[in-house]
Design a protein around this ligand. Structure first.
Ligand code: ADP
Length: 499
């Protein structure tokens, strides 16, 4: 029986392909970067053909370097940068415009209009989202309004919309499947996360013809099979494409967060935090987003999502602007060279503060400095500040979920920092689990496809193939931890409402 699964991991700066075996071990990996297009300040685009060709390129390279044959490959799964919007011609397959990337702010004025018109509560209730240019809905509207002839063609049923999962699946199946999985759909601002269907009222509000929308599908089912028309991959014709999820949801699964209260945090430039809330649709009072985590065999599970705007970027700032360090990896030894932060707190609110503060006018602050403050104290305060922001975010999630977090699984560049992870466990008062295999996003996508193809039998199998590399348990005295957090909140107050 075929025992390997291909994960196509289509990210914001590169397309990657990883082939996993049944034990979740990496058999082959290939990665192709592609260009970022910045037509104007605040605008971000990708060439959809570059997305497709780099994805196929990495797939071809990974497959041929793996030494595997057609019969070894059981299934193909997809995970992708979410919200990024592509519209293409149904017949020629040609995109009518570049992909508008999730980061692109061009539709902020339109979103502000919708907010002013009083749709906030309706949109939150149906989609679980706050009104923002981030999500696909306003990006579709922009293309239809600005590309000559696009609206008419869309209304005549000649154009198709898709997020990157749809775009790849449509192309890999030779135009046979026009689908999107529920987790990606839940980031469009057009999708009702309760009924798992496109919302007519929202499509009308954004003037989007519903005939251009892909069919929403579960995260683990056969969407279609590989066409024989892809040069270099002809051999794989007929392989089922049968799993898909947006990158953060795939990572939540790849981290094995399959029970309510289990959460993952990715420590990158910023932090992306997600908590499984089970079959109940969470309602946030703290401005967090409610999304579909995944739907497998008719069981739909949800999650709460939030982010810390500046995490690893704080370390970059200490390196590149303050020259306190020469490399990010020095921070651990420096932080550990002092017994504590010496009373120094660094609130890295460089671009404001997100949940639970939602203060766009907050700015960075370093407080508690004395004549005895050293470089080590400052660096330590920088790392601690990341952990405190994650704690504030998770406190808000626990409140919204109505249940405490059980465990935090971690990944991302800064999760290699043992000091940061231990301090995080100390103030969160819960275990932190760092995996041995850090390709959690790709593993999640492979797992969804492999589940459908029978490589794995049950969602709980993910906990067997994911291995911990280290578990950090709280060591600090609880009273001490509370005192530190109180002090941190005092520092946050100094940073708020500054601009
Ligand atoms: P992204 O995907 O957002 O580019 P990565 O997951 O690659 O981010 O992580 C890179 C970030 O992690 C950088 O901001 C860097 O400063 C930070 N980082 C890398 N190594 C360390 C370390 N040892 N300690 C603390 N931060 C680190």
């Amino acid at each position: 029986m075929s025992q390997h699964v291909v994960a196509l991991d289509q990210g914001t700066t590169s397309s990657r392909t990883i082939i996993f075996d049944k034990q979740g071990k990496i058999k082959a990996l290939a990665q192709y970067p592609f260009a970022q297009i910045y037509p104007q300040p605040g605008w971000v685009e990708h060439d959809p053909m570059a997305i497709l060709y780099t994805q196929i390129g990495s797939f071809t390279e990974a497959f041929h370097s793996s030494g595997l044959k057609r019969e070894d490959i059981a299934a193909i799964g997809i995970t992708n940068q979410r919200e990024t919007t592509i519209i293409w011609d149904k017949v020629s397959g040609r995109p009518v415009y570049n992909a508008i990337v999730w980061q692109c702010r061009r539709t902020a004025p339109l979103c502000e209009e919708i907010r002013q018109a009083g749709y906030t509560d309706m949109i939150r209730a149906k989609t679980g989202l706050v009104i923002d240019a981030y999500f696909s809905g306003s990006k579709i509207r922009w293309i239809l309004d600005n590309v000559p002839g696009a609206r008419e063609r869309a209304e005549r049923g000649e154009l198709l919309f898709g997020t990157v999962d749809s775009w790849l699946i449509w192309n890999l199946t030779g135009g046979k499947a026009h689908v999107t999985d529920y987790s990606n759909a839940s980031r469009t601002m057009l999708f009702n996360i309760h009924t798992l269907s496109w919302d007519e009222e929202l499509c009308e509000l954004l003037k989007i013809p519903m005939c251009m929308l892909p069919k929403p599908v579960s995260n683990s089912e056969v969407y279609g099979t590989m066409t024989d028309k892809i040069p270099g991959l002809e051999e794989l014709a007929g392989t089922p494409i049968c799993g898909a999820a947006g990158d953060q949801q795939a990572a939540l699964l790849g981290q094995g967060c399959i029970y309510p209260g289990e959460a993952k945090n990715t420590y990158g430039t910023g932090c992306f935090t997600m908590m499984n809330t089970g079959t109940k649709v969470p309602v946030s009072e703290n401005g967090l987003l409610s999304c579909v985590a995944w739907s497998i065999n008719g069981k739909t599970e949800y999650c709460l999502e939030g982010s810390v705007f500046n995490a690893g970027s704080t370390v970059q700032w200490m390196r590149d602007e303050l020259h306190l360090i020469q490399s990010a990896s020095e921070t651990q030894a420096l932080a550990e060279s002092v017994p504590d932060n010496g009373g120094v707190y660094l609130v890295s609110a460089f671009t404001g503060l997100g949940a639970p503060y939602w203060d766009m006018y907050a700015r960075g602050a370093m407080v508690g400095i004395t004549r005895g403050t050293t470089r080590a104290h400052m660096v330590r305060a920088g790392l601690e500040g990341i952990a405190y922001q994650v704690k504030d975010l998770i406190d808000a999630m626990e409140q919204d979920a109505g249940a405490p977090m059980q465990i935090l699984k971690v990944d991302g560049g800064a999760s290699v920092n043992g000091f940061l992870m231990q301090f995080q466990a100390d103030i969160l008062r819960c275990p932190i689990d760092r995996p041995a295999m850090v390709e959690t996003t790709a593993l999640g996508a492979a797992f969804l496809a492999g589940l459908c193809a029978g490589v794995w039998k049950d969602i709980s199998d993910i906990t067997e193939i994911r291995e911990s590399q280290h578990i950090f348990r709280p060591k600090m005295d609880a009273v001490q931890a509370r005192e530190y957090c109180d002090r941190w909140h005092k520092a946050v107050e100094r940073a708020r409402h500054w601009e």
